[in-house]
Design a protein around this ligand. Structure first.
Ligand SMILES: *[C@@H]1O[C@H](CO)[C@@H](O)[C@H](O)[C@H]1NC(C)=O
Length: 203
């Protein structure tokens, strides 16, 4: 009798412990500077009345057209879905991108700090890869119809010619620039080489 009556308490305690053991939810933003004057802040885009939702809110042709890969020297063009061209994607925690890559073009090394990524090769073939936190490279040549997943936050690239690229746009042409000493050390290059690469990349 005593055991039976204490069971709910055991479950409650377990529940509480499991609850306490949960990690913090992922932050949807990089930082949150307190606005001490506003009494109301909305993170993201507000919702329309659900009664007004239509199929059109969940469909888009934004990715139907190829981007122009000749508009920049890196040879890639990213077309994105947004809440403007696909309102139904708001708060779903995902978005879609079409990446057009010229022959010998690349998507420079970068990381996506708040999302994992799936790449599906629709046409042609492409070398993709990422580096894990122990500096190990995982890469694969994808052919049409093949897919690859990139874990959240790790440095990744998509390339048709990875050996020809010396460094990423971000490292050399950020605004303001990453200090020369940092870039020189990271890439083991001279000041002249930093200047030359910046110039080549238009930075
Ligand atoms: C991507 O392609 C679009 C459409 O052709 C073009 O307007 C845009 O300038 C291109 N963006 C880049 C960064 O090359």
């Amino acid at each position: 009798m005593k055991t039976t009556s204490s069971m709910p308490h055991v479950f409650r305690a377990l529940d509480l412990l499991l609850g306490l053991a949960e990690p913090d939810p992922d932050s949807p933003q990089d930082y949150c500077i307190a606005d001490t004057k506003l009494s109301f802040y909305l993170n993201g885009v507000p919702c329309i009345n659900p009664n007004l939702a239509t199929t059109a809110h969940f469909t888009t042709s934004a990715l139907a057209k190829a981007g122009n890969t000749r508009a920049n020297p890196i040879g890639f063009n990213v077309t994105l879905t947004t809440v403007a061209n696909l309102p139904g994607i708001n708060t779903l925690g995902l978005f879609l991108a079409r990446v057009d890559i010229a022959a010998n073009g690349i998507v420079p090394p970068h990381s996506n700090p708040r999302a994992s990524e799936v790449t599906i090769c629709l046409k042609g073939s492409i070398l993709v890869g990422f580096v894990d936190t122990s500096n190990r490279l995982y890469s694969q040549q994808l052919r049409a119809g093949e897919s690859f997943v990139f874990p959240k936050g790790l440095i990744l690239f998509l390339s048709q010619n990875p050996g020809a690229q010396i460094a990423s746009i971000a490292a050399f042409t950020s605004n303001p620039h990453i200090p020369d000493d940092v870039v020189k050390k990271a890439f083991q290059i001279t000041t002249q080489e930093v200047v030359k690469i910046r110039k080549n990349l238009g930075g």
